[in-house]
Each structure stands twice: as structure tokens, then as C-alpha cells.
Ligand binder design. Sequence first.
Ligand code: FMN
Length: 455
Amino acid sequence: MKRQLHLNLFIHGRGHHEASWRHPASSSLPLTDIRYYQDLAQRAETALFDSIFFADQLALGGDVMQAPRTWLEPITVLAALATATSRVGLIATASTTYTEPFNLARQFASIDHISNGRAAWNIVTTWLATAAENYGGSGQVSHADRYARGEEYMAVVKELWDSWAADAVIDDRASGLYARRERIRPINHRGESYTVTGPLNMPRCPQGRPVLVQAGSSDTGRRFAARHADAVFTAHMAKPTAQEFYSDLKRLAAAEGRNPEHILILPGLSPMIGSTEAEAQRLAGDVNDLTDPVVGRKRLSGRFGGHDFSHLPLDRPLAPGDFPDPSSVEAARSRAEVILNLVRRDKPTLRQLLGYLAGARGHYVMAGTPEQVADLIEDWLIDGAADGFNIMPPLLPAQLDVFSAEVLPLLQRRGLFRTEYTGTTLREHYGLPRPASVFDDPNRKVDLLEFVAGV
Ligand SMILES: Cc1cc2nc3c(=O)[nH]c(=O)nc-3n(C[C@H](O)[C@H](O)[C@H](O)COP(=O)(O)O)c2cc1C
């Protein structure tokens, strides 16, 4: 059998194009209506996607006047979607900088139980500077500090998910024994940032632990992904940088002692699909005409840690000197580098750059026929650039439906994509092994649970 493609649907507003919310082909439901997300999740499941994904920001975007910057809290959404679907994997974003590990471990373990093994966590350290002000801080936590704290955070949540053996619960009414003491263990973590005794107050979840997704791209971010991630999201505007990222992460994972096949690399792809190339270009042009340069400048500024681009004329070719050095950016440093590489390569005007970024914020954007989209997917898959894709339809649900109806059958005919689900858990869809449990390790000393009166 040929190598199988993994597909995640990235659900974002009414589509990934910045102006999608104004376009007649996007949904008219409010972005706070759960039926909108349930409908999309069911469409993704019917189309046999591996998973669906929700990003998250912990502060309101300042451009809410010109674009919808609101959505529902993603872990809460997953709970509602878990009961509206049965097979598709469910990925939500949550921050290691602004949550407590005990809360997060419980929430994702709960989603994994509710969904029968379909939960995944997109681990972010939160690059958005304004988030700090909503959590008692006064400014951006530095990139290095965020990742250092994230590292300890990961140790704690993994220990918590592993604090129950799979066979800890007996639930034996006759003998009166509910759970076995020696199969539940406190974690007794005493570290730099966290003190957590444990154990988790919930039995081991169906997947052993939720699938871990990450999107670090800087050197520190890549090493973090290589240690922890089962799947990695990444943004590239060209195949060569995607290939470099792919081989680097596989190498880093091997250096961590992991099987490189057990870390899936999923670059973003935002295809505008038409029955002819001219029609696809026209559709892309229609939605581009709805963009607002004021919004584009603000978002570009956010990507570069608040740098002021207001003095730059819209129609002069840009030069690298118009941008701050990416190494000084404490926000999403790697995305700043992606943008600067595009400026070096294509020397676009600011208007052209904003138009490109409006498509999918620095991910690969294309307008073409179903064959052209399927060809690109196959090419990146066989040429060492991807294990699958993070599909980012520019308009939802319209362009998701075109992708499912026109592109997926081509990929299935080429033997690259499933024609039915063979597993039930996300780990099975992704082809990943179950994580080992410390209770299976005979050399590991297990602290016994103390008796404490509870509710
Ligand atoms: C597809 C994708 C989705 C992301 N989603 C979020 C998100 O929801 N919230 C967030 O704060 N960061 C998000 N990020 C940013 C990454 O977590 C990361 O900070 C960024 O890629 C920069 O990498 P670095 O942290 O190594 O500098 C996302 C990145 C990608 C590629």
C-alpha cells in the first residue's frame, strides 16, 4: 500500500481568507452558534478527515471593528463536537503560559473520555503580547521563558495523565472495591514553576494520553516539537522551506530517540478551487477585493511584535530593511522569517504582501483546479515536504465542500487517502502507537496514594 496522507481540517472563522466573513459563499450563522461548528465537524467526518482543529488567542484582536475576532473557547467546543461526531479527531489549542497543568490535564482527559479516544491538544506558549495583560502580567513573556516553562509544564501533564494505570478501576459492587490503590500514584512534582502532588482525579484516558500537536518553528520551538509532538503544524510559502523543515524535524526527533515516523508533519494549505484555473483565479480575486489594507497593516504589525508599518506606502516594492530583524521579535518569530523570505524573494509591494497574507496568514495559498491541488498534495507527500496537510479552506463551508467532493476522490483513486475509517481513535487515524505507561515499567518505583477524605 502507498504511504497514506493525513488530513486535518483547520476551522477558522467563516474561512481562512481574511475577508471570508463578508463573502456570500460563507456561512451566515453567528460564530458563537455551536451548530456552525457541529455542521463543519460532521462534514469533515463524512469526508474522512483524520481530525479537525481550532486555534485560540487569549485576547481580543484590536481590529474587531473590521473583522470577526471572536469565537467560542475551543476545549468547550470539543465537548459539544464529541457528542455530535463519532470518528473524526478533535484538536483544541491551549496555552502552557496561561493555564495550570492540573486544569489542562483534566480538561483534555475529559474530552478524550467523552469522545472515546479522539482528543488532541495543540500546545502553544502564546506569542500574543496582549494576552499577558489578561493574566495579571504587564508585558510579553520572553520566547525563552515561555519555552522553559512549557518544558516543565509538559513533564507535569504527562505524569498526571500517567498517574492511573489502565486497569486501576475495578468498580466491583460485590467486594466493595472501586479502585486499586497500587495502580494510582501521586506525581509529587516540585519544580521551578510548578508544584503538583497529583494524582489526576480521573481514570486513565482511552488513548493513554491525548494526541499532542505543536507548531513551534524557531530552533527552540522545533526542539520542543521533536520531544513532545505527535503531529506538527507548520506554515510555508514554498516547497523548499517545507522540505528543510520536514527533514530537520525528523532528524531532531531521531536525536531524541524517537521513531521519526511517529511525528507527522502537516504544513498548511489554503486552496481556492475552481473547475478551471481561470474560475479559481476569479474566485480568489472576488474575495481579495473585499480585504481592507488597514486590517492587513495591523495584523502584520502584530506578527512583528507591534512594529509600526503605517509609514510604508502601499505601492512601492518592499525591502528587508523595511522590517525589524526577526531575531528581535519575541512574538511568532518563525512567521516573521517566513514573511521576510518572501520579501527577499519576490520584492512585493506592501499591497501585494498584504493580499498574500490575507489568504491564510503566511501559509501556502493557491488557486487552481482539483487536479492541480491533488498534484501539489501528492508532490509534497512523495518529495519529503509533508506527511499530510492542514487544510485551510478560504471560505467555509463552500470551499471545504469543493475540496471534499472534487479533490479527495482524486487522492483516493491515486491510493493516497483512506476510503473508510479503519480505526476509532485519533491515534489510530494518525498511525501512532499508544504511549507506554509507567505502570508497565518494572523498575519504576510507584509512590502509594495517601488516604485523604474527599467530597
Ligand atoms: C497552523 C498553526 C496554528 C497555530 N495556532 C496557534 C494558536 O492557536 N495560538 C497561538 O498562540 N499560536 C498558534 N500558532 C503559533 C505557534 O504555536 C508558534 O508560536 C509559532 O509557529 C512560532 O513558532 P515559535 O514559537 O517556535 O517561535 C500556530 C501556528 C501554526 C503554524
